[in-house]
Design a protein around this ligand. Structure first.
Ligand SMILES: C[S@@+](CC[C@H](N)C(=O)[O-])C[C@H]1O[C@@H](n2cnc3c(N)ncnc32)[C@H](O)[C@@H]1O
Length: 298
């Protein structure tokens, strides 16, 4: 990397304190390692980072005015943000992110609300086995990655909908060579039948009567628990807290409206859960319905 004079942070120049040469070198290094892990195939985003690095780098050599261009400034800012996230630890204290205001959450979210609102489909939902699957397109990618990495022995789904999501998780697990026990609960009956899934009718406002601790304790770990019924959230979390083991995952979907409940639960959980940023931020911060809420029991 060249030995270039560093920006001063004067008005219109690079942000104060940013060492552009180092930022460019580190960004290229992160992408190089990532692409190597992808069998040499860069993603759209990898190419974007390399282009931004090129723009920032060119300004180091350029005429004095080039350092003040908005183009360059935006590139340096985006690279700085990229590095901050890429180099942050995978697991974080969930209460820090959950403690933010909604305004802060949306400002940091890597997709705008129009994109998020369309991500479960516009004219129709996603479908699986001919049934409506009410997942965002992002969660439809995140859950399979999680199943493949976690290799759950048991999956508990709260909120079956049409039943498509439980059948889909059974198919995803099977494609990873797994045959987890799958239990899916809804207050409404589910028409679909699948030998790999136990569908159960029950009211989750009375979770103790629907999923007794003794029954849950008999399920093999690790567990993937997907909360997608949006009722009695604190009661449900407290119920599972008593039976989960280290390494189990709780994924709370559509959680933008559950933040107060989640925060209250986690504050009382005394650090027993970590936020797994690999999944919440797989497509940029919180581009998922599980906003700040893919949790691993430590
Ligand atoms: C968002 S849908 C589930 C979607 C499904 N998991 C999917 O991905 O396609 C929410 C489900 O929660 C169920 N539900 C709502 N309140 C409930 C309650 N008190 N007890 C049990 N299920 C409930 C609804 O009947 C509905 O099927």
């Amino acid at each position: 990397m060249r030995d270039a004079p560093q920006p001063t942070g004067a008005e219109g120049e690079f942000p104060a304190g940013v060492d552009v040469a180092t930022t460019v070198a580190r960004s290229r290094g992160v992408v190089r390692e990532k692409v190597a892990a992808q069998n040499g195939v860069p993603t759209f985003f990898d190419n974007r980072v390399l282009l931004l690095a090129e723009i920032a780098h060119s300004a180091l050599d350029g005429a004095p005015g080039s350092r003040r261009s908005e183009h360059v400034r935006a590139a340096v800012e985006e690279l700085t943000d990229f590095l901050r996230r890429a180099e942050a630890p995978r697991f974080a204290d969930p209460t820090e992110r959950l403690g933010r205001s909604l305004r802060e959450v949306h400002a940091a979210m890597a997709a705008d609300l129009r994109t998020i609102h369309r991500s479960q489909g516009v004219v129709s939902t996603l479908t699986w086995a001919g049934l409506p699957l009410v997942k965002s397109v992002y969660d439809a990618a995140i859950i399979p990655m999680l199943i493949s990495e976690l290799r759950p022995a048991s999956i508990v789904e709260l909120g079956s909908g049409s039943g498509a999501s439980a059948v889909w998780m059974a198919d995803v697990a099977a494609s990873a060579g797994l045959a987890p026990a799958i239990l899916s609960v809804d207050r409404n009956p589910v028409a679909v039948r699948d030998a790999r899934v136990t569908f159960r009718r029950g009211d989750l406002t009375e979770i103790e009567t629907v999923l007794g601790r003794e029954e849950l304790s008999a399920l093999e770990h690790p567990w993937l628990v997907v909360e997608d019924a949006h009722v009695n959230v604190r009661g449900v979390l407290a119920h599972f807290d008593a039976v989960v083991r280290p390494g189990d995952y709780l994924v709370i979907e559509d959680s933008i409206v559950k933040r107060a409940d989640l925060l209250a639960f986690l504050e009382s959980a005394d650090g027993r859960y970590a936020l797994d940023r690999r999944y919440t931020d797989a497509f940029g911060e919180n581009v998922t319905s599980a906003v700040d809420s893919v949790l691993i029991r430590r």
